[in-house]
Write a protein that binds this ligand. Sequence first.
Ligand SMILES: Cc1ncc(COP(=O)(O)O)c(C=O)c1O
Length: 518
Amino acid sequence: MLNDERFYGHTALIDEEHGVETKEGPNPAIFDPQLFREHAEAILPTLESHLADHSIRGLKLVEPAILLSLAKDLMTKEQGAVVPFDREKFKAIIDLYIKTGIQVHSPGFMGRQFSGVVPLAGVVDMVSSIVNQPSSFYEAGQLPNVAERIMANEFNQFIGYQPDRFTMITTSGGSLANLTALLAARNDKFPTVWNEGLWAFEGQLRPAIAISEEAHYSVSRAAGILGIGENQLVRLPINQAGQIDITKVPQALEAAEQRGLKVFCMVASAGTTSMGAFDDIDQLADIAGTKDIWLHIDGAHGGSLLVSDELRHKLKGIQKADSLTWDAHKMLFVPSPCSLLFYRNKEKSYAAFKQVASYVFEKEPNIYTEFDSAEKNFECTKRPMIMNLWVLWALHGRALFSNKVDHLCKLARHACRILEKEPDFQVLHQPESNILCFRYLPKELDNYSIADFQVEIRNRVCKHGQFFISKVDIHGESALRVVFMNHEIKMSHFRMLLQAVVKSGQQVINEYQQHPKQ
Ligand SMILES: Cc1ncc(COP(=O)(O)O)c(C=O)c1O
């Protein structure tokens, strides 16, 4: 442990006359490079054994009051002086951090759209934290801005936008990417709103956004934020597979017009959250094109299928979309957040934020400021999130990602085949990506509520601690949802999960038969 006396207070001497410091600033030892090595080395073995732990387990929820107390016990009570680094306490905090999280790289983790990251990306993330180069301005983060340009071009090979016209920015999460794209769409179609605010809509048809019944909540939330209002969302009906029913779109748009709505933007999903379903981008783009509607694709989940030669066809027509959200922190296995927002037309990306700020924005871009993204994104100080992705891409190449994406989607298809052979299970769709939804419906279920039954099974399976799965409403009724995000999962694990589902289900039935609800 470093026990430097410099920890204990402000050692700087102030030249009273000139008001400047003549010696060192406060607590210099906190910034000691050797101390950094000590910090990092203290937890490397812990992280290594965390990564090496492939036991099958989900999540054990700790009561918040208990965790609060454990966390508070690890805090110093000292208020007056800076306390020296305490290696043991630091290790205890990191242990608590790890132990109370979902074991994201365990084969028992099948519940959410994030998973274990490629560990190298975590190392790059640490470098980003130490060198601290925010990436909205070239002068603050030179390599991150160059890396953004490189990755934009690399990924555009799979999208197919005109190379000299498109652009890409990074945002902290897919929700912010969706909001930013919808803002650009609104300002493009209603150019006076930025200055006039909602007054600009007065006397016009009400601006509306057409979205799938299955759209992620960040899309409907964006309508609220942008002054469009949730009531002006035109819900496009879906088919059994969870995709927008193309045959019903013209009719839905017409009905909206008759209600006094002007649909200026349509949002399709490339991978819905609930079923991982892909809307028919090609046909939706044609419809949008004839009506001068901005087409945004929410590919937060499934945009990553673009890197796969086998699965890219799911996003057929993507080059016709005006904008695309793509989360690398989902299926490209880098630490969150790392979201990419693509625009087909670079000029339109500037519509999102029409501002003048002489302290940062240049009227005439030069060779440096031309790389700035601040005018196009909400965040001013922004994490150089692209570095995690770019370094993996630079060192390992595309196959690292495409192999993983192919593998996870294949797991979902195999799991579906297994379920189809089980008479007590109902498969709800043919998986288009790595998400599979189903119900356990044994004959003994009798008149127990199907919806309550699925929820109860999910809760019991998770509580048992071996598997972590989610629940979702499919066509209005609860179902079990498995997300194959984790490359450690084998079919044997999925079979074990089914056993756990059956066991929990049978327990519920037995309890119900003994004590039927009134
Ligand atoms: C389809 C879809 N869109 C948007 C989001 C939101 O992305 P983020 O969590 O990165 O904000 C999600 C998250 O799961 C999603 O599944």
